[in-house]
Design a protein. Structure first.
Length: 267
């Protein structure tokens, strides 16, 4: 935990944007991948995690390696959730996986740089491929691994939103939605561990990715009743602190999808 706290402080000091002055995004390499199209602006998705250190430049080789891992994980995610939906008599509508760079307009509004999000209007997961590759590289450099599970964890989290929304789970409180998605990402890691597809260090990479994505903790001591009410409101509309996000991921990892959504309790 001390190591995660140090990394979180480090992440919050990072203020510059990843180097994105690279070539234009590669063309779609599968039917499920493509560049975002222009759509009506409906709001700005929240950033999944802090911006990373520009001292760790992301290369085209890094992006290609990251995209290959994401593609493999995406296929496993689709198989897993299709199976779980089938077990409860439902059908999982496979979301498209759309990569981009920079800032783009989508059916769900403006998708900012350094982000990943699920767009229910289009049933699509958008991710900034430079940002995802940067997360893997940063986490890998901290842990002495390839860092790929930090990137995969982001995609698994967004797929978790697709799973929850398709089952009709959508809270008016941001934290409840994010907690479910983090838990479902942990359930995917559990499945990967069971089928032997995890590599050494993958679980540590996933937890560090969650730690870096945590929101700052609310003030410890309220000054007035109004401050206390504001703190409660802010907590309900947050993505969760680093401790909350790691714990929600751990719940799915240890107990499976039934611990994340009641729909899967008997599956």
């Amino acid at each position: 935990m001390k190591r995660f706290a140090r990394l979180r402080r480090q992440a919050l000091r990072f203020g510059a944007i990843l180097a994105v002055g690279l070539a234009a995004p590669a063309s779609a390499d599968a039917a499920a991948t493509g560049r975002p199209t222009t759509g009506d602006v409906a709001g700005t998705p929240a950033r999944f995690a802090p911006r990373l250190d520009p001292a760790e430049p992301v290369t085209l080789r890094d992006i290609a390696a990251s995209n290959a891992k994401v593609k493999m994980a995406y296929a496993a995610l689709m198989e897993m959730w299709a199976s779980h939906f089938s077990a409860i008599g439902a059908t999982f509508e496979t979301p498209r996986l759309l990569r981009y760079r920079g800032t783009v307009r989508t059916s769900c509004g403006v998708m900012p740089q350094d982000n990943a999000a699920y767009c229910p209007q289009r049933n699509a997961i958008y991710f900034d491929e430079v940002f995802i590759a940067g997360m893997a590289k940063h986490v890998g450099s901290e842990l002495g691994t390839d860092g790929d599970m930090a990137a995969v964890g982001i995609i698994a989290h967004e797929v978790g939103h697709a799973v929850a929304i398709q089952l009709g789970y959508a809270s008016r409180f941001t934290y409840a939605n994010e907690a479910a998605a983090d838990c479902l990402a942990g359930a995917f890691a559990r499945r990967a561990r069971e089928d032997g597809s995890l590599e050494r260090g993958d679980i540590e990479e996933a937890f560090l990715g969650m730690a870096l994505a945590g929101d700052p903790a609310p003030d410890a001591l309220p000054v007035s009743r109004g401050d206390e009410q504001r703190r409660v409101r802010d907590a309900l509309m947050s993505h969760g602190t680093r401790e909350q996000r790691m714990q929600n991921f751990r719940t799915g990892l240890e107990r499976g999808p039934g611990a994340c959504l009641p729909h899967f309790e008997l599956s």
